[in-house]
Ligand binder design. Structure first.
Ligand code: GAP
Length: 460
């Protein structure tokens, strides 16, 4: 990261903590590496993104339905899916400073433009032996051998670890979709092609520094499996890639900050025949934001074999019976929050001063409007309260009484609130308020009785 990019990252981290988007996990105990908590504004942003995603990919379509599966599943699921055997990363320790690294990331960062994810441990070892890799922490070349480790978190059911075999926290939410394929098919009367969507937490035993909320031990995912007949896969792959780009626009991520990267053959996950990543140009380089994979019928086939349950689909029109294939668009929700913040963060010169403003799309903004009595006087607060009560069922609102009006505007700019509604002494006479637009900074006088219509039009 160069100084300018580092600067943006630091500014986002600081804004998130200062204004209540993201706090370090277990903060009062000094934190826990790669864990973060969402604050009052972070949870609003997350809910807005999740709801918009659900509306875009589920409610607006006749061919996608949703589920919410359990996080802890029968361990046989993870054996059948191949995660127990294949969901591995390579790790390496610096013998000098004892810092642990993901070997592929270390090399990727050190030797830009080299495709490394598919390298074998021998290849990695060779690069290290040739002193091509330095420890980013201390600059030395003295590493342990490369070891692979499994990313699934294990736990146990019952009071002691010896009482049961390990169970796993889900490493991806897709498996809950595959295991419910028949239940959904039987109850929803959907016909192929159709999708099953889900959102929720996934867990991975990540050992490398996470770049804030970019890489964490637990994170939110939004994804769906789109079940198809095999010969549809190319057409549907292209179709979903286009829809994913439309979603980027919907959530407020500029297309020019993203690119599509094709996985090389040796980089593909154990289940995939084709994968592309949608990458984002972060302050720490181009990084994966979303993925689109053609998982073939690998998962349903494996679950049919392991469970003995029939996973076939009967096509009435042709009388054919087959195990459906899937296209899987997957969206890291935690990463979306970070990229939305990168995209929205703006600094502007206004009257010789720097104004920090989050130019979030109004639908994503934690608050749609802030109600600000000019002063803490009972007669002004009373009117402000009644405006809050009139609008609260339709809009997420902030209500701020503290500090000068200038400071309150700056705070609302920094958290991306599209409109600030100020109640002043004239309001008591003319039943109107001043509405300030976050982006244009224009202020207009609006009748209290017209506020709802005004906001509804502007927030569309
Ligand atoms: N079901 C497919 C699947 O889980 P993946 O590429 O392993 O695919 C999906 O993960 C998305 O989850 C990624 O595109 C990324 O946005 C996000 N992601 C993966 N690991 C993450 C981590 N440790 N922290 C935060 N987000 C992560």
């Amino acid at each position: 990261m160069n100084a300018k990019e580092n600067d943006l990252m630091n500014k986002i981290v600081s804004l998130c903590k200062r204004r209540g988007f993201v706090f370090p996990g277990s903060d009062i105990y000094g934190g826990l590496a790669n864990t973060w908590d969402l604050g009052p504004l972070g949870i609003e942003l997350k809910n807005n993104v999740t709801q918009a995603w659900w509306k875009f990919f589920v409610h607006s379509r006749k061919d996608v339905v949703g589920i919410d599966a359990a996080i802890i599943m029968n361990p046989k699921v993870w054996q059948a899916s191949g995660h127990v055997e294949n969901f591995n990363d390579a790790q390496i320790d610096c013998k000098e400073c004892k810092k642990r690294h993901r070997a592929d990331h270390l090399i990727e960062d050190a030797l830009e433009n080299i495709k490394v994810e598919g390298l074998s441990t021998e290849d990695l070892g060779k690069l290290i032996e040739e002193n091509k890799i330095k420890c980013p922490n201390c600059g030395n070349h003295n590493f342990t051998d490369v070891r692979t480790f499994n990313l699934l978190f294990q736990t146990h059911i019952g009071p002691t670890a010896n009482d049961s075999d390990p169970v796993y926290l889900r490493g991806e939410i897709a498996q809950g979709i595959f295991t419910n394929f028949k239940n959904v098919l039987d109850t929803s009367r959907k016909k192929i092609p159709f999708g099953i969507a889900s959102t929720g937490k996934a867990f991975r035993n990540e050992i490398t520094p996470g770049n804030f909320i970019f890489r964490t031990l637990e994170f939110d995912l939004m994804e769906f499996e789109y079940f198809i007949k095999e010969d549809m896969w190319k057409e549907k792959f292209d179709y979903w890639l286009e829809e994913m780009h439309k979603w980027l626009e919907e959530v407020g991520i500029a297309k020019e900050n993203t690119r599509v990267r094709e996985h090389t053959d040796d980089e593909l996950s154990h289940y995939s025949k084709r994968t592309v990543d949608i990458e984002y140009n972060t302050p720490f380089g181009w990084k994966e934001l979303y993925g689109l994979a053609y998982r073939t019928n690998f998962d349903l086939t494996r679950h049919q074999e392991a469970s003995g349950k029939d996973m076939t689909y009967f096509e009435q029109e042709t009388g054919e019976k087959y195990i459906p294939h899937v296209i899987e668009p997957t969206f890291g929700l935690s990463r979306t929050l970070l990229m939305v913040l990168f995209d929205a963060y703006t600094e502007e010169e206004v009257k010789g001063e720097t104004r920090v403003v989050l130019k979030l799309k109004p639908q994503m903004a934690p608050f749609k409007a802030a109600i600000l009595p000019l002063m803490k006087k009972p007669e002004l607060v009373e009117v402000a309260d009644s405006i809050f009560d009139d609008l609260k069922s339709k809009y997420a609102l902030d209500f701020d009484l503290t500090g000068s009006i200038g400071k309150r505007y700056r705070r609302q700019d920094e958290i991306g609130t599209p409109f600030a509604i100020t109640v002043d002494y004239d309001t008591l006479e003319d039943k109107s308020v001043t509405v300030r637009d976050r982006d244009t900074l224009e202020q207009e006088r609006i009748k209290i009785s017209d506020l709802d219509d005004f906001l509804e039009k502007k927030l569309q």
